[in-house]
Design a protein around this ligand. Structure first.
Ligand code: GA4
Length: 320
């Protein structure tokens, strides 16, 4: 069993690892956070506030349009506007969303052609935001490679930087659900059901409305207090595989709020479709065997889209 040194309160925020990217010791804390939680909060991230606020205000404007207008940008397969239905296999949630490719300009051009020139999501706000967040995600991945003592610093980040990187950008709107107010039975409504993210890394920013919860290693759930000035980062299934299970992809979900609307923007950093996802040779100590069968990101993605949200998608690729 691996032993961890005692928790230092300065590196936690409400029980969640807190990483200050401007501090020199961040790489070791990042490794610990990915091993213990698969999740952490990032401050001093370097993403300009104006990129965040202008995209948020475009998102708010978009979601406040009449449903019939928004539906012109749907259905979401594979990209566009979606409402309540998540993925192709019957999952539903109290959420509406936009799914976009994270490659510059791509889907904004499509949305511009649907809505006309001056509508929301036609400006460069998405590009500015996604480029800055991707840069930060790459910095985190390089610090992680360093922290893991891998010689090739860009071993993870190069997959996001690749022109063919299959990365996604998602904007979620969880409308308030007044029926939940004063519910004495403590019932809650699922906004986005529990799942792990299939990609390498996900970077989330939300407004100041709560709702996000993560599952700890013992299976218990904790609420993540919202912080609109910080980012929250998830380890995805692919990073779990590349580290041969050393990092854990975190199960997470969002519960609806009774009075406030929640807006979140998530960048999912994925590899090119042809990329082999396998444990890095440099991380395999001695006789250590790969815990996973070999697969490409294309194969994993194909199988993920046949699954339900809550399924253990990596299960199919584990060696017995
Ligand atoms: C979870 C992470 C991302 O939001 C996402 C989701 C995708 C979708 O909404 O279309 C999936 C889900 C996510 C995993 C399993 C499949 C695919 C819905 C679903 C039931 C965009 C992604 O890449 O995988």
């Amino acid at each position: 069993m691996k032993q961890f040194s005692p928790i230092n309160p300065a590196t936690f925020s409400s029980g969640i690892p807190l990483i200050d990217l401007s501090k020199p010791d961040s790489k070791n804390l990042l490794v610990k956070a990915c091993e213990e939680f698969g999740f952490f909060k990032v401050i001093n991230h370097g993403v300009p506030t104006e990129f965040i606020s202008s995209l948020e205000s475009e998102a708010v404007k978009f979601f406040s349009m009449p449903l019939s207008e928004k539906e012109k940008a749907g259905p979401p397969e594979a990209f566009g506007y979606g409402n309540k239905c998540i993925g192709p296999n019957g999952d539903v949630g109290w959420v509406e969303y936009l799914l976009l490719r994270a490659n510059p300009g791509f889907d904004e051009q499509r949305l511009a052609s649907i809505f006309g020139r001056n509508t929301e999501f036609t400006s460069c706000a998405v590009d500015d935001y996604v480029s800055a967040v991707k840069r930060m995600a790459c910095e985190v991945l390089e610090l992680l490679a360093d922290g893991l003592k891998i010689q090739q610093r860009d071993v993870f980040s190069k997959l996001l930087m690749d022109e063919q990187s299959d990365s996604i950008f998602r904007v979620n709107h969880y409308p308030p659900c007044p029926e939940l107010q004063g519910d004495t039975n403590g019932r809650s409504l699922i906004g986005f059901g529990e799942h792990t993210d299939p990609q390498i890394i996900s970077v989330l920013r939300s407004n100041n409305t709560s709702g996000l919860q993560i599952s700890l290693r013992d299976g218990s759930w904790i609420s993540v207090p919202p912080d609109q000035n910080s980012f929250f980062v998830n380890v995805g299934d692919s990073l779990q595989v590349m580290t041969n299970g050393r990092f854990k992809s975190v199960r997470h979900r969002v519960v609806a709020n009774s009075s406030k609307s929640r807006v979140s923007m998530i960048y999912f950093g994925g590899p090119p479709l042809s990329e082999k996802i396998a444990p890095l040779a440099s991380l395999m100590e001695g006789e250590e065997d790969s815990l996973y069968k070999e697969f490409t990101w294309f194969e994993y993605k194909k199988s993920a889209y046949k699954s339900r949200l809550a399924d253990n998608r990596l299960g199919l690729f584990e060696k017995i």
